[in-house]
Every structure is written in C-alpha cells, then in structure tokens.
Design a protein around this ligand. Structure first.
Ligand SMILES: NC(=O)C1=CN([C@@H]2O[C@H](COP(=O)(O)OP(=O)(O)OC[C@H]3O[C@@H](n4cnc5c(N)ncnc54)[C@H](O)[C@@H]3O)[C@@H](O)[C@H]2O)C=CC1
Ligand SMILES: O=C(O)C1=N[C@H](C(=O)O)C[C@H](O)C1
Length: 224
C-alpha cells in the first residue's frame, strides 16, 4: 500500500515527508518528535504484529492517524483509549474502499431479512493475494460481525483463499433448497483502498476524535 499512497498523496494536497518501514523503524525508533514535527497526518499500513506498537507511538506523539492495517482489532479498545487520553485523532477501518463500505450495508440489510428465513444457510468467503498475512481478512470479519449485530444468529460458514495477486474479493451467500443469493464485492486494484485512506487522512488532519471510516464516509446519509 505504501507505494500507492505515495503516488496518490499529492492529489489530496499531501507532501510525503517521512516513510517508515521495517528497516528504519527497528523497535519503534522512527517515532521521534523530531521526525513528526511538521507532520499533519500519518497513515499506518504495516503488519498485524506491528500495528499496535506503531499506533501507540502515534497516539503519544499526538499525530492525527489513519489506521489501515488489519489483524489487530481485538486491541481496538486499548488503542482507542490511548488516542482519546492523548487528545489525538484516529480513523480506523479494515477497508477504505467506498464500494466495500456500501457493500457492508447491503450485507447487513440482507442479514436482517435472512434472519427470518430458517430455510437458508449462509457462507462468507474471501480471496486475496498470496502475500497477505492474516486470514480471514479484516473486511470479512467485519462483514460477519455486521450480520451478527443486525440479529443474524444462524451459523455462517467462513472460508479464505490465498493465490496470486488478487487485490481483494469478498462474498456473502445464502442458500436454500429452492435458490441461492450471492453478494460479492471485487476490488479491481488497490487504488480504492489508498484513495479512501487519503480521504480519511485529510479529514482527520482537520477534525478530532476516534472514528470508524464509515462514520466519515456516510456523515450525510442519503435521504429516503
Ligand atoms: N484497510 C484497508 O483498506 C487495507 C488494509 N490492508 C492491510 O494493510 C496491511 C499492510 O498491507 P500491505 O501494504 O499489502 O503489506 P506489505 O507487506 O506490502 O507492506 C507492509 C509494509 O510495512 C512495513 N513494516 C512492517 N513492520 C513495520 C514496522 N514495525 N514499522 C514500520 N513499518 C513496518 C514493511 O517494511 C512494508 O513496507 C495488512 O494488514 C493489510 O491487510 C491492505 C490493503 C487495504
Ligand atoms: O491485505 C490486503 O491486501 C487487504 N486487506 C484488507 C483486509 O484484510 O480486509 C482489505 C483489502 O481486502 C485488502
């Protein structure tokens, strides 16, 4: 994601002044007050086992932050508390694509209807490139969590595949003896993730608080 963010950042009015990676951030050594002195926003896309330590440092430095890494959301309460205690802004999401955030709402709505239909059984599936470290994807976990929050308590069979260079495909399905409903989002490239993260960075550079990305995206709800 780093290269894509660097390429698109100027379109969002950002100059990239610091890039930390596994080589220049050994034991968090890149997170100094000097390095972040004139930084208006940080975007964190690293690895599941690195994200929390990086986010802790960004909170203490009070840098408005966009959290993009997946696989750490079990520690969200701890990270949220740290940003709030330090009065630092944070946006988090397992997926910054606009399409996926709309897809999430469609899936949640389907779950409400399907909860009343015991003849249907459900599955959740995702496919990503073979370099992806976490499975299931953060997005798939959130889709299923959204179904649960909408009242869907039947079993959901969850599966993941890793192959080639696939940028990200997520599918929720319902099957009965009579028919099948398949809901699928397919990312065509990683550009949608990067654009969403840059949009969030611009927003959090000018606002306060801790927010899930969809709160920003859907801050003015469509009229029905
Ligand atoms: N929220 C979203 O929309 C999206 C989330 N992701 C997630 O973002 C994460 C990163 O994905 P990719 O960019 O594909 O990974 P990648 O493996 O291509 O790049 C990760 C980068 O993080 C650096 N890194 C690792 N540990 C570090 C540390 N301790 N400090 C600083 N830098 C460190 C590596 O040097 C590397 O440059 C994954 O968890 C992935 O699931 C990926 C795409 C979209
Ligand atoms: O690792 C990736 O590539 C992606 N990860 C995110 C996830 O785990 O949901 C989002 C996107 O699907 C790409």
């Amino acid at each position: 994601m780093g290269k894509m963010l660097e390429r698109l950042a100027p379109e969002y009015g950002f100059e990239v002044t610091l890039i930390l990676d596994i080589h220049n951030n050994v034991n968090g050594s890149g997170f100094t007050a000097e390095n972040f002195r004139d930084v208006h926003a940080a975007i964190e896309f690293t690895a599941p086992d690195a994200a929390v330590a990086n986010l802790e440092k960004l909170a203490v430095l009070r840098v408005p932050t966009v959290a993009g890494t997946t696989g750490w959301f079990g520690q969200l309460d701890h990270v949220r508390q740290l940003f709030e205690n330090n009065h630092a802004g944070l946006v988090y999401s397992p997926n910054y694509s606009i399409g996926v955030n709309i897809f999430q709402r469609i899936v949640t709505e389907a779950a409400v209807w399907m909860q009343q239909q015991p003849a249907y059984e459900a599955w959740a599936w995702e496919l990503h490139h073979s370099a992806k470290k976490d499975a299931p994807s953060g997005t798939l976990l959130k889709l299923v969590e959204g179904m649960r929050a909408a009242g869907y308590h039947n079993h959901v069979d969850v599966a993941s595949n890793r192959a080639g260079a696939v940028p990200g495909t997520h599918e929720i399905g319902f099957d009965s003896a009579a028919d099948t409903i398949t809901l699928r989002h397919t990312a065509r490239s990683r550009e949608g993730f990067a654009r969403g993260a840059l949009h969030a960075a611009k927003w959090i550079a000018a606002n306060k608080g801790v927010h899930e990305f969809s709160e920003i995206l859907f801050s003015s709800e469509p009229q029905s």
